[in-house]
Design a protein around this ligand. Structure first.
Ligand code: ADP
Ligand code: ZN
Ligand code: ZN
Length: 733
């Protein structure tokens, strides 16, 4: 048998193939195991790639191969199954393999740095340290703080915990050590399955049936279709406990906004130390440590956002995707994968169950449940005794509005506050006003780099483009005619807050949008204030619509949903309905049933009527019927080729060429729509256009994409544009 000694490496580069290298000179072949990182020469520099496989010299297409630099890991970071999954994903999403691996690695490892230690460092007071009085440390305040903390907590604590309480106190720890007052120790992490799981709460019949329906020993996809507050999280926890007993790991994915400290604490309380949390807010080192704990099988449960899906898990037994309809599971740039869809593939390849939970399942998932590909589990009632909120439409045609608030809604707000309850207002726009215009000549403030209007942010006195982020000082007079009578039209959260503050001066107002929550910890502060009753009016964007329960809210007002009915995107109505139901779900509990008022100029619109009268399931069936008639997803499969360039004609030229290439390759099995300008043609100074591909067979689309995308890179017109391919696109912008 010919010796396999050529290294096939996934190198981060915008190219679809792997690169072959000779083994490093000083290494024996058995030290080369697929899944380790290798440093390789690339172009004029060096890159850090992942060894995928070893091949024979005949199998290698490369001539005059260069030797690889160094092997960076002694044991593989990825198992054979992990490598296969990521290679599959690179193929399916038509994304360069090296970049797919870069997405799967924590950032320091991606850069080729050594692994962080998974040992847990702890600090203990010495006998001398126990006798010290922190007050006598004088100006060394950090040292005093740490010393006091250790004395109060019985003399010993994990470094991570100390850092959490005292901030960065590493120098203080070192000084205390030099004084001989404290000493450190490093322990390996606890074993999987040793985590403590206190008595689970009693499940109701629906919950128990859902738990019992999930077969843990084989692949199966399950839709857990449960209204907000029906106890889906309890079902997840019960299944996690079953996995713990079996010594298997559970991966729980939640939306970006859903990974709240409350949720983490809820899992921690039930699982003790076996939890690893992975999200973008963590420091690189912490995140990498959690990743290793997962990869080594020490973490029983991995709770994370989208990219956690790509974590190696040697004993994976269950995947949960909470709020599976949420858009944040789809990465919108670079490697455009759907963590939800990939979760199903991963479960299938692993041979374990995957549970998709939502109060408003996506039409894709509902259709899979209808055809029997997924099992449909239902939790139709709220847990405990909480009643569902009552929904009504408020006709605002020919009604005098005050900053988007109708008199009826104002009256209901007043009544709610008078009873000592909380009210929540949802408005899907931040800033003060979306339009600034000159009353004399009709000029409108536009972004100079986008086909978009500037939003006025009164807090910062800036005009702000929400599409490219450019900002400029608010004009004092019209740049066209010089008139000073500039006015705003429409409203965002800032303006609604202003009006509420003047109408209800005695009420505490919590505004929750991206501007008020930019600082770390500020969202938690606001949410804590709401829970403690410091605020009685809550106002915000979709950040309010997700994840949080506000049990004292009895009135929900939804200010503006009409654009969803007539949006350019065929998914606009689906998203609007999901948003309405999710916002409505924030309100009410047993003693305090909730009321939801939806302001609309189209109160007779049949889809609105259906949603409000019969609920999401009825709405979704109707939408599915429409999609089927129009042969839109989920009844067909799409891919979107996007191109953009500073020169207006360049994207079109590239897409025309791409289109004729696709025509010859597809032989009529894939429809080609376009090229057309993107809904917002100019953005951040670039002209944008796209070409949509659609087929009623996923396989036909894939058969076209693989050769086509590789050929695109060789087109001359491709060099004049930035282009990307999006398989199963969720948004058409
Ligand atoms: P969901 O995830 O579906 O929104 P949660 O699991 O967060 O719902 O449950 C909503 C509320 O109901 C929580 O306060 C939870 O503690 C409570 N709850 C869940 N299951 C039960 C049950 N079987 N009996 C009583 N209360 C429950
Ligand atoms: Zn003017
Ligand atoms: Zn702009």
């Amino acid at each position: 048998m010919p010796e396999q000694r050529i290294l096939r490496v996934a190198v981060p580069a915008p190219l679809h193939h792997c690169f072959d290298y000779l083994p490093p000179a000083d290494l024996s072949a058995d030290q080369l195991v697929p899944g380790v990182r290798v440093r390789v020469p690339f172009g004029r520099g060096e890159r850090c790639g992942v060894l995928l496989e070893l091949v024979t010299a005949e199998e290698s297409s490369g001539r005059r191969l260069k030797p690889a630099g160094a092997v960076l890991d002694t044991v593989p970071l990825f198992s054979a199954a992990d490598l296969a999954l990521l290679r599959w994903a690179a193929g399916y999403y038509q994304h360069p393999i090296g970049e797919v691996f870069a997405n799967a690695l924590p950032v320091r490892l991606r850069r080729g740095e050594p692994q962080v230690s998974v040992l847990q460092k702890s600090w203990t007071l010495t006998a001398l340290g126990r006798q010290q009085d922190p007050a006598r440390l004088g100006r060394a305040r950090k040292q005093a703080e740490v010393l006091a903390l250790l004395q109060e907590s019985g003399g010993s604590m994990d470094q991570a915990q100390i850092l959490q309480v005292c901030g960065n106190c590493r120098p203080a720890l070192q000084s205390l050590r030099q004084k001989g007052w404290i000493g450190s120790d490093e322990q390996p992490p606890g074993e999987l399955g040793r985590a403590h799981a206190p008595t689970p709460s009693r499940l109701n019949t629906d919950q128990q049936q859902a738990v019992d329906a999930v077969e843990s020993e084989c692949f199966g996809a399950y839709l857990l279709d449960g209204v907000t507050g029906s106890g889906k999280t309890e079902v997840y926890l019960a299944l996690v406990e079953r996995m713990l007993e079996a010594g298997r790991q559970t991966l729980v994915l939640v939306p970006e906004i859903g990974l709240t400290p409350q949720l983490i604490r809820r899992f921690e309380r039930r699982l003790g130390t076996g939890l690893a949390v992975l999200h973008s807010g963590l420091a690189a080192g912490e995140r990498e440590r959690a990743w290793h704990l997962a990869r080594l099988g020490h973490a029983a449960v991995v709770l994370g956002t989208r990219s956690a899906l790509l974590t190696p898990l040697p004993r994976l037994g269950l995947i949960v995707v909470d709020e599976e309809h949420d858009l944040s599971f789809k990465q919108q740039d670079g490697f455009r994968y759907s963590a939800r869809d990939l979760a199903v593939i991963r479960a299938q390849r692993t041979g374990c169950p995957v549970l998709l939970g939502s109060a408003t399942p996506s039409l894709e998932t509902l259709q899979n449940a209808r055809t029997g590909r997924y099992r449909h589990l239902r939790l139709p009632r709220r847990a405990g005794d909480a009643k569902p909120a009552r929904m009504d439409l408020l006709d605002i045609r020919s009604v005098r509005m005050e900053a988007g608030l109708s008199p009826v809604l104002m009256q209901k707000l007043r009544e709610t506050l008078d009873k000592g309850n909380q009210a929540l207002l949802f408005i899907n726009r931040r800033g003060y006003a979306p339009i600034v215009t000159c009353h004399a000549c009709g000029w409108v403030a536009q972004c100079r780099r986008c086909d978009a209007r500037m939003t006025l942010h009164a807090d910062s006195r800036l005009l702000w483009c929400h599409h490219c982020g450019s900002q400029r000082r608010q004009d004092t007079k019209c740049p066209e005619c010089g008139d000073t009578d500039l006015r705003t039209l429409g409203q965002g959260t800032e303006r609604v807050e202003e009006v509420l503050a003047s109408c209800f001066p005695e009420a505490g107002i919590a505004r929750i949008d991206r501007d008020t929550t930019r600082r770390k910890g500020s969202l938690d502060q606001l949410l804590n204030g709401i829970r403690k009753g410091k605020y009685s009016l809550l106002l915000g964007t979709q950040m309010l619509a997700k994840g949080h329960h506000f049990p004292d809210v009895t009135l929900v007002g939804i200010l503006d949903v009409d654009q969803g009915l007539f949006g350019a995107d065929f998914r606009a109505a689906e998203r609007m309905a999901q948003l309405i139901i999710q916002v409505a779900g924030r309100a009410g509990r047993a003693e305090k049933p909730g009321r939801v008022l939806i302001q609309t100029r189209h109160p007779d619109h049949p889809m609105m009527q259906l949603l409000v009268r019969q609920g999401y399931a009825a709405f979704a069936s109707e939408m599915l019927a429409e999609r089927e008639a129009a042969v839109f997803p989920p009844f067909s499969y799409q891919a979107l080729l996007r191109a953009e360039a500073p020169r207006e004609s360049a994207p079109r030229e590239f897409l025309e060429e791409a289109c004729s290439l696709a025509e010859t390759l597809a032989r009529g099995r894939v429809e080609l729509w376009g090229p057309v300008p993107a809904p917002m043609e100019r953005r951040a100074g670039r002209f944008r256009a796209h070409l949509l591909l659609q087929s009623d067979q996923r396989a036909d689309l894939q058969r076209l994409l693989t050769p086509w995308v590789r050929r695109l890179a060789t087109l001359k017109s491709a060099r004049r544009v930035r282009w990307s391919i999006d398989v199963d696109p969720q948004e058409m912008f």
